[in-house]
Design a protein around this ligand. Sequence first.
Ligand code: NAD
Length: 430
Amino acid sequence: MRICVIGTGYVGLVTGTVFADLGNNVFCVDVDAAKVAQLSKGIMPIYEPGLEEIVKRNLTEGRIVFSTEVGECVRKSEIIFICVGTPSKNEGETDLSQVESAAKVIGQNINEYKVVVNKSTVPVGTGNLVRRIITENEKTKVEFDVVSNPEFLREGSAISDALNPDRIVIGAPSKNVAMKLIELYATLGAPMYITDVVSAELIKYASNSFLATKISFINAIADICELAGANITDVARGLGADKRIGRDFLNAGLGYGGSCFPKDISSLEHTARKLGYDFGLLRSVMYINDARAHRLVAKIESHFKNLDGLCFAVLGLSFKANTDDLRDAKSLEILEMLTGKGANVRAYDPVTMEKAKVLFPDVIYADNPYEAAEDADAIILVTEWREFLSLDMERLKKVMKSPVIYDGRNIFDMEKLKGLGFEYHGMGRY
Ligand SMILES: NC(=O)c1ccc[n+]([C@@H]2O[C@H](COP(=O)([O-])OP(=O)(O)OC[C@H]3O[C@@H](n4cnc5c(N)ncnc54)[C@H](O)[C@@H]3O)[C@@H](O)[C@H]2O)c1
């Protein structure tokens, strides 16, 4: 099939690349000329395990083309995927301006029947908005259909998620229209859920909101553990052993961040409010999450009293492991608070430091965790990168001023660290 993917970010680039790898001819288009130029040379704008290799293979074999010529690529394609960003505006409302401008270009260039697929995460009713904008901008009357096909890939494992999805959700106006996408996805062998457009749009928000609720729930229980003298690791294990609950998303810590959960949860709360439903549960989820970084910094302050002039080693900056995405990362809040209180920060992240340097030029960026920990009053673990699990803790202790660790993700072996003489502070662990 000839496919145009509008927006070459985390979702568009991965989706387009996987479609190309499945044998389709894909145009990946973006308004960011610098990004397109780099991609055309096989240089990745993001860190995503396995992505570079598969992009290069498809570039060499001529199945993927990167371009800024959105209109031309729309005209040449049968299916057009909208994968542009949908950030938050004030009060949680979704900013649909990127989707609107993509729809406008589609309308101006539509020349024969096409299926337009919204893969961006968009509030219920956006399918109708896209249809209206295309119709308003059509030069000649052409038939088309608008489908919702939300994306569930996770940054850090995006390629394997896109190749082995738990499910594929297709919201289409009719079975016939859905068939086009069923055909496209058939080779993946994943379960497909066919529904109407509005239900598909809502499935995405309901999924992310449910996962965020699990995270905030376990974090609230972690806080209660601290007050009660219980251990969240044991509590979560016992809780997650119930098949109806499951073990996933029960890791207490600094809470969720990233480019999706924060904006999607507030978007659903906003949509509910607009529809006349008071979604207090989601407001509590956000409230608990917003307090996580503050809670950690409050613990540090209650230990050291005055942070002015102290030195902290921050390990991990990306919003989670295996990605370079800093959007709404908990590290940003922590760096802001620590530097605002006069502390010196030395940070280390395996892939995200260049992006962080732009936001926090006064922070010192170390080449490795040991350099970050030199003369530090404490280490603050923010992102659960795997390499931190194999740190030589004795070596770390030797270079630090005082052996204090704040484990914001509960990844370390608490007993082992205590045995080595560290003062260990987890999130809901004693
Ligand atoms: N990042 C994720 O893990 C993830 C997962 C599932 C769903 N989503 C959703 O997918 C959508 C895209 O997310 P992302 O993280 O890939 O965003 P992103 O910001 O990384 O990429 C968006 C891209 O769209 C381009 N763009 C904007 N307007 C354009 C236009 N009119 N024409 C062509 N290109 C345009 C931008 O230049 C950018 O490269 C969002 O709705 C997001 O919520 C993201």
